[in-house]
Write a protein that binds this ligand. Structure first.
Ligand SMILES: [Ca+2]
Length: 559
């Protein structure tokens, strides 16, 4: 069937206009006279945006992984999965772009949240939404580690979580080991107050789940009247390092990774094809060689050459347990929506902020390696350990793609994305429409009926730079959606630009453009730049214009 949008673009626009007018009238009436009707307006959904931290493309069961994720698999079965959804490749830029709807502007020591930017929470509040943030915030901080803006300064009614990058999952008050950041614990906030003591049974993933559920309980009464829907941003730190998980969850994965890196990558590649997420033509990519001196450029160790196989297997077992624990939490969040009778009118979205991470200690420092070994005499997992999955397992998490987090190959920037909204999104959908975290702002503004403000505190604001994907969610099947748009990436000297089937990638150590046709080569194994010089030149020019507009430095390896 030809989508309505293609047949009647003007009709659709007029409908949208009258819908907005009607909605404004409804909101105004609600403002002045209180709730007008029972039951939530199906056109103004509650929104729960769940963000995982450093989760690879193929970790979830519904994306070909061997980790047990029954709750996310259920969301996928009852909703939509995207095969081509993108983040910005690293925690901070993804969060900045996702929350503001504009690409990062690099100035003021790389601060990413500026006075002329609005957050989704600020915009949704203009439409009467209740808002909360749970978990990781990670906007740049001042000299003593506090964020320049707290979430409660930028539109969130409630906040509970870590203002910075990561923490000890069992005790966020514990200092970082010398071989890692070697700094005191980073601020953990409850609204504006810093928390410095945590209960004995604290585990960050559970605490974040519990806080999100408290917000669902607190917000649901207002949501059910249709007067005040909610926007809850549940920003887990899992499965970002340090590798900390509950013993009962770790035990479930004992032996699951004994086959080693290549065998598990191969199995994931096959399942992705069987699930219909990856085209059968996409080859499983090979390990990249080390090309230069960059923190995340590693030569892969073959599985048979791994020095301590028991420790190495345990790393991935703990990582899987961290994902498992997050999935259990998401199951509890879904149960809370049911209990509060708001599940039918809640859009739940899940994605990751960047690909699997290759971080490990002492990549160039013998002393760090020694300190790490002394600190980690026990196998990874407990409060007194601090370990990472390392390059081998990071590579597996990103199957079937090349490289890792902070790279602009698909491994760094492609994310699983699940959207679930009963009655509005068809069950079991898989979309290949190209989407990006910059699109959440216009999408949520459209769903909420919010009119995007022109100013914030008297300062003219930047306009959203993405496009709404409501039509994709509604199944107006647009397999080519997003194909005419350019998408850009830049971080740590890595660059990329995508338009339609074409993607150009510049690795910070190779320092040259490569061109891939993702329609037949999603895994970026065949550089065709010599065959298509004009296409490459157009894309390079577009990237350079974008870099200039957003202030990305062309020299150095800056964020
Ligand atoms: Ca991250």
């Amino acid at each position: 069937m030809i989508p309505l949008k293609k047949l009647f673009p003007l009709t659709r626009l007029l409908c949208l206009f009258f819908f907005q007018v009607a909605l404004c009238a409804f909101v105004s009436a609600a403002d002045s006279e209180g709730p007008k009707k029972k039951g939530a307006d199906p056109l103004r959904p509650n929104i729960i945006l769940i963000l995982a931290d450093d989760l690879g493309f193929s970790d979830l069961g519904c994306y070909g992984g061997e980790i047990d994720t029954p709750n996310l698999d259920r969301l996928a079965a009852g909703g939509m999965r995207s095969t081509q959804f993108y983040n910005c490749g690293v925690c901070r830029t993804t969060r900045a772009t996702l929350l503001t709807g504009v690409h990062p502007r690099r100035r003021n020591r790389g601060r990413l949240l500026h006075p002329e930017m609005l957050t989704i929470a600020e915009v949704l509040k203009t439409a009467g939404y209740q808002t909360s943030l749970t978990g990781k915030w990670h906007f740049p901080q001042n000299d003593i580690g506090f964020p320049v803006y707290r979430p409660t300064d930028r539109g969130f009614d409630e906040y509970f979580g870590i203002a910075n990058g990561c923490c000890n999952y069992f005790d966020p008050a514990k200092a970082f080991p010398d071989f890692d950041k070697g700094v005191p614990p980073l601020p953990f906030l409850q609204n504006e107050n810093q928390l410095t003591e945590f209960p004995d049974d604290f585990y960050a993933t559970n605490a974040f789940t519990d806080h999100a559920i408290e917000q669902i309980d607190a917000f649901s009464a207002g949501a059910k009247t249709g007067e005040a829907p909610f926007f809850i941003h549940l920003s887990y730190t899992a499965p970002h390092y340090p590798l900390h998980a509950k013993p009962e969850d770790i035990a479930k994965y004992k032996g699951r990774y004994d086959a080693g890196y290549a065998a598990i990558r191969k199995a994931r590649h096959k399942r992705l094809i069987d699930l219909g997420i990856l085209d059968a033509a996409a080859k499983l990519s090979e390990a990249d060689p080390q090309l230069g001196d960059f923190r995340y450029d590693y030569a892969m160790t073959a599985w048979e050459d791994v020095e301590n196989p028991d420790r190495e297997k345990r790393r991935m077992e703990v990582y899987a347990a961290m994902v498992d624990s997050m999935d259990q939490g998401i199951g509890k969040v879904m149960a809370a929506l049911e209990r509060n009778e708001v599940a039918d009118n809640t859009l739940v979205i899940f994605l990751s902020d960047n690909g699997g991470c290759a971080s490990h200690v002492g990549y160039s420092d013998e002393e760090q390696r020694r300190e790490h070994a002394e600190y980690n005499q026990d196998l990874p997992g407990s409060v007194d350990t601090f370990d990472y999955v390392g390059p081998g397992w990071g590579w597996v998490q990103n199957s079937p793609f090349r490289r890792y987090k902070v790279w602009t190959y698909e491994a760094g920037i492609a994310t699983p994305m699940i959207a679930h909204w009963p009655g509005q999104i068809d069950s079991g959908e898989i979309t290949s429409a190209i989407g990006h975290v910059v699109d959440f702002m216009p999408t949520f503004a459209e769903l909420s009926g919010a009119e995007y403000p022109g100013q914030r505190n008297g300062v003219d604001v930047l306009k959203p730079e993405g496009e709404s994907f409501v039509s994709v969610l509604k199944g107006e099947d647009l397999p080519e959606a997003g194909y005419s748009r350019y998408h850009f990436w830049a971080l740590y000297g890595n660059r990329a630009v995508r338009q339609g089937k074409w993607k150009m990638v510049w690795g910070t150590t190779a320092r040259k453009w490569e061109l891939y046709n993702l329609k037949v080569d999603r895994t970026e194994t065949m550089d065709v730049i010599q065959k298509h010089p004009n296409q490459a030149r157009r894309m390079e020019q577009a990237w350079l214009r974008w870099a200039k507009e957003t202030g990305y430095p062309l020299k150095g390896n800056g964020l």
